[in-house]
Design a protein around this ligand. Structure first.
Ligand code: APR
Length: 236
């Protein structure tokens, strides 16, 4: 059977009340990437960097998955072998919609986790501030803990998984990303069939390379997108 790669970004969670990055009023308008999300920030600006992610993490507690997350999780459960879900999002809304950890790849890390800077052990801390978990020290080696997030300039180990999925997939579905970090125009060119859903055109995406384009809220476009995915899989 054919393979479908679903790649999401901040726009997917926007209707659940989580800020996007580059839109008007987005996170990168209120904070400088250089200050809180770049390699070296933990050493030069540790307190503010931890506070930035503490705020994102505690904010997540009451956020609920929206219709688009739920439809995508149902699709994954119906076609576990054919569909891969990879997300740039660090929130846990797919998990709250019922996806299992092994069924999703968080390319840019995961907010409810901390990682030891020394031994690399990962800890699940849910929605608490970093300092509230074992006073911010690794329970195993007493090393310094950090948010398990990929900062700009750091390596993103799970991009290997993205590359292998791109090599295998026949259809790509891109939802809610401006394409400034991942070159989704190029990804679309690698697949026989591609779908783009954003609120509006992005200067970093050339939408003529996509088979279908929907400029609409994800919760409004998702039912049509799900039908197209099922049609593609059933006819492949
Ligand atoms: N439905 C669909 N798309 C939406 C919606 C919505 N309700 N709301 C916004 N969008 C779209 C916007 O049109 C925009 O194209 O989501 C996109 C959000 O773009 P960005 O804010 O740039 O977010 P993203 O592409 O996920 O950012 C990539 O950059 O700094 C980072 O690491 C961070 O993973 C993030 C990466």
């Amino acid at each position: 059977m054919a393979k479908v790669l679903i790649l999401s970004g901040a726009g997917l969670s926007a209707e659940s009340g989580i800020s996007t990055f580059r839109e008007a009023d987005g996170l990168w308008e209120k904070h400088r990437v250089e200050d809180v999300c770049s390699a070296g920030c933990l050493d030069t600006n540790g307190e503010a960097t931890r506070a930035f992610y503490d705020a994102r993490r505690t904010d997540l507690k009451d956020k609920k998955p929206n219709h688009a997350h739920k439809v995508l999780v149902e699709l994954k459960q119906k076609y576990p072998q054919e569909i891969s879900i990879l997300t740039q999002n660090i929130d846990d809304l797919f998990e709250k919609a019922g996806i299992k950890p092994q069924e999703i790849v968080h390319l840019h890390g995961f907010l409810p986790q901390l990682r030891c800077r020394e031994c690399e052990e990962i800890y699940e801390i849910a929605y608490v501030k970093q300092a509230e978990f074992n006073h911010g020290a690794c329970p195993k080696c007493f090393g310094e803990l950090r948010p398990n997030i990929v900062f700009f300039g750091e390596s993103a180990p799970l991009y290997e998984k993205l590359t292998s999925e791109l090599n295998e997939c026949d259809m790509i579905v891109v939802i809610g990303t401006s394409g400034n970090v991942l070159d989704v125009t190029y990804f679309a060119q690698l697949c026989d069939y591609s779908i783009l859903n954003n609120l509006e055109p992005s200067s970093a995406i050339d939408d003529k390379y996509f088979t279908k384009v929907y400029y609409a809220k994800a919760t409004e476009a998702i039912d049509t997108i799900a039908e197209l995915i099922e049609e593609f899989l059933e006819n492949a």
